[in-house]
Design a protein around this ligand. Sequence first.
Ligand code: HSE
Length: 340
Amino acid sequence: MREIKVGIIGLGTVGGGAISILTRNREQIVRKLGFPLDIAAVCDLNAKSRTLPDGLEGALVTEDWRELVSHPNVDIVAELVGGTGAAREMVEAAIANGKAVVTANKELMGLQGVALGRLAAEKGVPLAMEASVCGGIPIHAVLKEGICADSVRAFYGILNGTSNYILTEIEQHGKAFDDVLKEAQRLGFAEANPTADVGGFDARSKLVLLALLAFGARVEPASVPTEGIERITPTDFRYAKQAGCTIRLLCAAEATEEGVFLSVRPSLIPVTTILAGVQGAYNAVWVKGDFGADTFYYGRGAGPLPTGVAVVSDLMRVARELRHGSAARVSPFSFTDPRD
Ligand code: HSE
């Protein structure tokens, strides 16, 4: 059987984390897979003039993503660029060329994921996106496989690491919003344009994706009531404390007879609940199933290595699927027929 090779587009925070794990944890990855998973090519806008991460010896280095997605040695394309413009073209072209795709792109998957999933299914190639929601928490795997026998009634999440980091720094140290945001950018949590983080839009994309996985329900992101954390001050935390609460950017999803209701908004959370203990750049998802009742998932929601683990775990999952000829083993969104 042939070996499986990876092409990585985007050498930013997530791409760097993924390359570091593929390189530093290579031996364990080979032992787990039973075959090597090597990087055949990398692409970035300024790949030829920048210092590249270690571990790329022998890999094609290009600034032209079209060269990477059509390269005969690349079996799996990892789209780690983000956004919905060029990234969409990259994913479509990779699928059209018969490549499997792994992506961390919540915005693209939240908006176009179902259509792209159909393209991948038609072409018979896997599409995987574990890193798109909650960085280091394997919530896709949980909903697609771990608890797929359950019927999810509701879930609640803290889905944006930057917002949670900012809120807990304001709460614990009374720091100014702008200073904490800069720190979150330095640590690699915040997006290049942090409006998406603090405005609730990053969390909204993730919420929409989780609603697909949990309920099989397709929800237009723009239709989700969304409020960010920009207006939260230390004074709000003082009032919250008097009421026995803290404040978190809460993503809520409920499936009712009337339909699926989603929202993103800063919410008072009683300090006695498990969600109140989620601090810093950590994320959490609390799932309520009809049969299995409550389950709770917790972990780092952002940062190069936790997100890198999600990307590389997807690469390993997809490599196994390619190796064993089972691309459509599990639908990318858990349900085979996502509905409006
Ligand atoms: N900016 C995102 C966050 C990164 O802060 O959660 C992970 O999606």
